[in-house]
Design a protein around this ligand. Structure first.
Ligand code: NAD
Length: 501
C-alpha cells in the first residue's frame, strides 16, 4: 500500500477527503529508483480554510506569549532538530534525491536560522526616547502581522521552510507552510518536532498542495504576508497576486549564476569550486554555478581541469555514502534538463563531457543524468540564457574583465555570483560594480550566514526584504510608534499642529 502524506493542522495530521471521495493527491517519487513512494494530499478550498482558520485561532494567544516562552520553544526545537538531523537528512534524500551528506549540509544551515531566531528578544526590541518634548516620551513597538504563508520549492525541503518559519513564529505570527508537493515529508517532520518542542497547536500548520493551495493563500483575507521561494515566473505571479490582495510579499525567484575566473586565479581552486558548485545537488540549487566565465587566456586550461574532475565524480543513490551526486527530482524535470543538452549541441556549443546515458549500478529506473560540461557557450544560446536547474555547466570566454562583468550585469537574474582571482583590487572592483545580491570572492556559493540575510536582485527577488536574518524579523513585524504624556494639568484646547517644546 502506498503511504499517504496528509496536512498537519492544529498540531496533528489532518487528512483531506480521500481520492475517489472528492480529494486530490499527487505522486511523490523515490528519484533514485523512479518508484512512487507515497501520495501526497493536494489541498482544495476547504483544507485551505481549515489551515488558515487554525492559524487565526492560534494567533491571539501566540502573539501575547512572552518573549521568554517563545524563545524557550525555539531552543527546544533547536535541540530536537540537532538530535534528529540524520533522520531528517534521510527523509530529504528519499524524496529529493540529493546525497545524504548534502542533505546534512542543508540541515546544518537550517539550524543556523533557528539559532538566530533564538535571539528574538534582542531583534524585537523597540526604541525609547525620553522627553522627546517636555514631559512627552516616544517609543516604538514591533508587533507581529498575524497569519503568514510560507511557500517553498522542492530543492531545499528542510532549509527553505526554516529560512522563514523560525523568525515568523519568534516574532509572534502564526504560519501556514505550503511546501513543494514533490518532497513534502520534511515539512511534516519539522512541524511534528515543533509540536514536541512545545509550540502551541495551530501556530505552525502544513498545507500540502499545488497552485490551488497557493492561490487560496494568496487570496485569503486572513493571510497578511507571504514568503515565497521558487522559480521566477511563479515568484512574479505570487508577488503580483499577493500585493494586489493587500499582502506584504517577499518572493524569491530563479537564478543563473556566473563565476568569473581571472587569469591570475589559482586554476585548481577555481576548477574545484566550479565542479562543487556546478554539480552539488545535481545543479538543483538556486546558488549553483551555471556559467563559468573564463577571462582570456586561461579558457583551455580551466576547461581541461574542470573536465578532469568531472570524470571522477561518483553518481549514485544518495543513500550510499560513496555517492557524490544523486538523481534529478522527477522524470519530467530530468526530461527538461536533458532537452537542454540537445539544445546546446544544436546551437553549436562544444560538448566536453556528456552526462546523458550515465550508468548507475542497478538503479536503472532512477532519474539519472551525469555531470555535463559545455564549452564555447555564447550568450544567445538557451543553455546560457535559461535556468536549467540540473548538472549542466557552461563555460564561456571573454577577452577581459570588463566584458565578463558586462555579461553578468546583462543577465535578468541577480542571485549569486563569484570571482576567482589573486588580485584584491580586482575583487573589490567587482563587488562594487556587479549587479547581484550575493557575491563570493574565491567562494563559489556565497549563501550568507544566518545573521545576515539572503536575497538576490532583479528577477531573482520581488519585494524589498531579503530572507532570514535581520531582514526576516523586519518582514515579519510591523512597527507601532507611541507618543505618550502623563500631564499634571490638562493642556487646554489648542488647534495648532503639535510642536515639540
Ligand atoms: P516552482 O516555482 O515550480 O515551485 C515553487 C512553489 O510554488 C511550490 O510550492 C509549488 O507548489 C508552487 N507552484 C508551482 N507552480 C505554481 C503555480 N503555477 N501557481 C502557484 N504556485 C505554484 O519551483 P521549484 O521547481 O519547486 O524550485 C526550483 C526553483 O526555485 C528554481 O527556479 C530555483 O532557482 C528557485 N529557488 C530560488 C531560491 C532563492 O532563494 N532565490 C532558493 C531555492 C530555489
Amino acid at each position: 500500500m502506498t503511504t499517504r502524506i496528509s496536512h498537519w493542522i492544529d498540531g496533528k495530521p489532518a487528512a483531506g477527503p480521500a481520492e475517489g471521495a472528492g480529494g486530490r493527491a499527487g505522486d511523490v517519487f523515490d528519484p533514485a529508483t523512479g518508484e512512487v513512494r507515497a501520495r501526497v494530499d493536494l489541498a482544495d478550498g476547504p483544507q485551505v480554510e481549515q489551515a488558515v482558520a487554525a492559524a487565526s485561532r492560534a494567533f491571539p494567544g501566540w502573539r501575547d506569549a512572552s518573549l521568554a516562552a517563545r524563545t524557550r520553544v525555539l531552543f527546544a526545537f533547536r535541540e530536537l532538530l540537532t538530535a534528529r538531523k540524520d533522520e531528517l537528512a534521510r527523509i530529504v534524500t528519499g524524496e529529493h534525491g540529493k546525497v545524504e551528506s548534502d542533505a546534512a549540509g542543508e540541515i546544518a544551515r537550517a539550524i543556523e536560522n533557528v539559532e538566530y531566531a533564538c535571539g528574538a528578544a534582542a531583534q524585537l526590541k523597540g526604541g525609547f526616547s525620553e522627553n522627546a518634548s517636555t514631559g512627552v516620551d516616544v517609543y516604538s513597538l514591533r508587533q507581529p502581522l498575524g497569519v503568514v504563508g510560507v511557500i517553498s520549492p522542492f530543492n531545499f525541503p528542510a532549509m527553505v521552510p526554516l529560512w522563514f518559519v523560525p523568525n515568523a513564529i519568534a516574532s509572534g505570527n502564526t504560519v501556514v507552510l505550503k511546501p513543494s508537493e514533490k518532497d513534502p515529508s520534511a515539512a511534516n517532520f519539522i512541524a511534528e518536532l515543533f509540536t514536541e518542542a512545545g509550540l502551541p497547536d495551530g501556530v505552525l500548520n502544513v498545507l500540502h498542495g499545488d497552485k490551488v493551495a497557493v492561490d487560496g493563500l494568496l487570496e485569503h483575507p486572513e493571510v497578511k504576508a507571504i514568503s515565497f521561494v521558487g522559480s521566477t515566473p511563479i515568484a512574479r505571479y505570487v508577488y503580483e497576486t499577493g500585493t494586489r490582495n493587500g499582502k506584504r510579499v517577499q518572493a524569491l525567484g530563479g537564478a543563473k549564476n556566473h563565476m568569473l575566473v581571472l587569469p591570475d586565479a589559482d586554476l585548481d581552486a577555481a576548477a574545484d569550486a566550479a565542479v562543487s558548485a556546478g554539480f552539488g545537488s545535481a545543479g538543483e540549487r538556486c546558488m549553483a554555478v551555471a556559467v563559468v566565465v573564463a577571462v582570456d587566456p586561461i579558457g583551455d586550461e580551466l576547461v581541461a581541469r574542470i573536465a578532469e574532475r568531472i570524470t571522477k565524480l561518483r553518481v549514485g543513490d544518495g543513500r550510499k555514502p560513496e555517492s557524490e551526486m544523486g538523481p534529478l527530482v522527477t522524470a519530467a524535470h530530468h526530461q527538461r534538463v536533458e532537452s537542454y543538452v540537445d539544445a546546446g549541441l544544436e546551437a553549436g556549443a562544444t560538448l566536453v563531457v556528456d552526462g546523458r546515458g550515465v550508468e548507475v549500478d542497478g538503479e536503472r529506473g532512477g532519474f539519472w543524468l551525469g555531470p555535463t560540461l559545455f564549452d564555447h557557450v555564447r550568450p544567445d544560446m538557451s543553455i546560457y540564457t535559461d535556468e536549467i536547474f540540473g548538472p549542466v555547466l557552461s563555460v564561456t570566454r571573454t577577452a577581459d574583465y570588463e566584458a565578463a562583468l558586462e555579461l553578468v550585469n546583462a543577465s535578468p537574474y541577480g542571485n549569486g555570483t563569484a570571482i576567482f582571482t589573486a588580485d584584491g583590487r580586482a575583487a573589490r572592483k567587482f563587488q562594487n560594480e556587479v549587479e547581484v545580491g550575493m557575491v563570493g570572492v574565491n567562494v563559489p556559493i556565497p549563501v550568507p550566514v544566518g545573521y545576515y540575510s539572503f536575497g538576490g536582485w532583479k528577477d531573482s527577488l520581488f519585494g524589498d526584504s531579503h530572507a532570514y536574518g535581520p531582514e526576516g524579523f523586519h518582514f515579519f513585524t510591523r512597527t507601532k510608534v507611541v507618543t505618550s504624556r502623563w500631564p499634571e494639568q490638562p493642556a487646554g484646547v489648542t488647534l495648532g499642529f503639535p510642536r515639540n517644546t
